[in-house]
Design a protein around this ligand. Structure first.
Ligand code: G16
Length: 547
């Protein structure tokens, strides 16, 4: 057994001291906070990524530097496990401990404890692939990360400025290279080729679609969408909006998927371009979330969110499985969170199994793995479809008995190539939606009419200590602060079709309040009254009391 390279860790750690007054937490999507405070955290994540790789026998680990939907001044860092999935939960604890070690000596002690507890063989190689989004704090953080690799002697591969889902793809492609489970060429180009070729196969013979407008949130999705536009050509004409990736202050500002979902209105930059009925969609800051929408003849805005995407896609896949003659052996299920609109859950549950889990892709992903085909989407547009390995093998060896079965089977096989199964991927999901719309000959209006959303409202409350908020039952009920849930229940009973829940965000320093009711005015009122309760209970910032 070799030892930790203590001298080089010490020397480089001194260049990245931990700010004394800050506590860091590996949350819903890794570490996220002001980019200017993250130097020590990212250096230490570099060390941890190396250890994680050694623990997994030298498999390549991913590191993504991004704060996704958060404001431009924020940044973040998260680790990706070898199959392209989020970091295993037990290592999130190691990450938090290591990030908070107050001194270099304490850091070495914490690293040694991880090596001991996780039984890591330090003689194994360490390999990491890493990337960042377009934030201005990114380059300096990447240097800190590289120092972490250097300190541990890990081999790093820089994937440059790219989307989070492409980084996840690369991790899986690298680790499955030259195996029977090969995920594709381990390059950005390989990703674009794989997805666009399967898209072309899936839409062959279909009517050429009207141009689709993409709001790129002034983020890294603009670069990836432009590459897709070249690969797809006339198969899917794309018009890109909000592509100002180097304009300070533009990222996610009055645009992007999170803005559209929260404000339920058009992002800036699209008003003059969108014709009635024309499809448009928004990506978020690292292109892992997708929101569709259109304007009707009267100019009213209609949003097609993650729930609508889950419904569209699940129904399409269920039909294909049935048409292929595989419905008795392959089961499709859907995973949602408490934010799923009640009308979507009702619609889905009448047709197939539906499970509700806590917020965070990692929770949805793991739950979806229990199905032969698991469709998971958060209402905020983050999601994908997983085909289990046995299901993919069944597709490969199944012999259809009719031409119709053969066509459906081919579509299913092509879908396994089109969909980025490692994580929610806005651009892959966008192509998936376009495939379904083309097959069904649906416009946005027809898609939207599958079910009518219950009016709903999402509100953020700034409180002095969001850690005081603890939940149970997949975040649908509060257990702390004591007594608050009973007050929420009492309020909810006064509203027809009322539903509301409160949970602390894992990516922003706020508590989130969600409310639904039969009428729009009521859902707004319920959300603000529950937010008022939260504020009163938790000593919120007086200037930010929800009104
Ligand atoms: C991240 C997570 C999502 C989660 C979202 C909001 O998204 O990956 O699963 O829904 O944060 O989480 P919270 O409500 O805890 O702040 P993204 O797009 O920012 O990476």
């Amino acid at each position: 057994m070799s030892d930790l390279p203590i001298q080089s860790i010490k020397e480089l750690s001194e260049l990245h001291p931990k700010p004394a007054d800050l506590h860091f937490q590996y949350g819903t999507a890794g570490f996220r906070t002001l980019g200017s405070t993250l130097d020590s955290v990212v250096f230490r994540v570099g060390l941890l990524a190396g250890l994680r790789s050694k623990k997994l026998d030298g498999k390549t680990i991913g590191v993504m530097v991004t704060a996704s939907h958060n404001p431009e001044e924020d940044n973040g860092v998260k680790l990706v496990d070898p199959r392209g999935e989020m970091l295993e939960a037990s290592w999130e604890t190691h990450a938090t401990v290591i990030a908070n070690a107050p001194t270099t000596d304490a850091l070495i002690d914490a690293l040694e404890a991880v090596v001991r507890n996780a039984k890591i063989d330090l003689s194994k190689p360490a390999k990491v692939v890493y990337a960042r989004d377009t934030r201005r704090s990114g380059p300096a953080l990447i240097s800190a990360l590289e120092n972490g690799f250097k300190a541990l002697g890990a081999e790093g591969r820089n994937a440059g400025v790219t989307t989070t889902p492409i980084l996840h793809y690369l991790v899986k492609a690298i680790n499955t290279k030259d195996t029977s489970e090969s995920y594709g060429e381990d390059s950005e180009e390989g990703y674009f080729k794989k997805l666009s070729q399967s898209f072309k196969k899936l839409t062959a013979g279909k009517v050429k679609p009207e141009p689709l407008i993409i709001d790129c949130a002034n983020g890294v999705g603009a670069l990836a969408a432009a590459k897709f536009a070249t690969h797809l050509g006339e198969t899917l004409p794309l018009t890109l909006a909000n592509t100002a990736i180097s304009t300070p202050g533009a990222l996610n500002n009055v645009c992007g998927a999170d803005f559209v979902k929260t404000m339920q209105r058009l992002p800036s930059g699209l008003v003059d371009h969108l014709k009635p009925g024309q499809r448009a969609c928004s990506l978020d800051g690292d292109a892992d979330r997708l929101m569709y929408y259109y304007l009707d003849e009267r100019g009213s805005f209609h949003m097609l969110d993650g729930d609508k995407i889950a419904t569209l896609v699940a129904a399409f896949i269920v039909d294909l499985v049935k048409n292929a003659g595989l419905d008795s052996e392959i089961k499709v299920g859907v995973v949602q969170t408490a934010y799923a609109n009640g009308a979507s859950t009702k619609y889905l549950a009448e047709r197939l199994p539906v499970k509700c889990v806590s917020t965070g892709v990692k929770h949805l992903h793991h739950a979806a793995e229990h199905y032969d085909i698991g469709v998971y989407f958060e209402a905020n547009g983050h999601g994908t479809v997983l085909f289990s390995q046995p299901t993919q093998e069944r597709f490969a060896n199944y012999e259809p008995s009719t031409p119709a079965q053969s066509t459906a089977l081919n579509h299913l096989i092509n879908l396994t190539q089109l969909i980025n199964q490692t994580v929610g991927d806005a651009l892959s999901d966008m192509l998936l939606v376009e495939v379904v719309l083309a097959h069904k000959s649906y416009t946005g209006v027809e898609w939207n009419s599958l079910y009518a959303d219950l009016p709903n409202r999402l509100v953020k409350v700034v409180v002095s200590n969001r850690a005081a908020f603890k939940t149970e039952d997949a975040e649908r009920r509060l257990v702390s602060p004591q007594g608050l849930q009973a007050k929420i229940d009492e309020l909810v009973r006064k509203y027809e079709g009322g539903r509301s829940f409160v949970r602390p965000s894992g990516t922003e320093d706020v508590v989130r309040v969600y409310a639904e009711a039969a009428l729009k005015a009521q859902s707004d009122e319920l959300a603000f009254r529950v937010a008022g309760l939260v504020y009163d209970e938790a000593g919120g910032d007086a200037s930010k009391r929800p009104k």
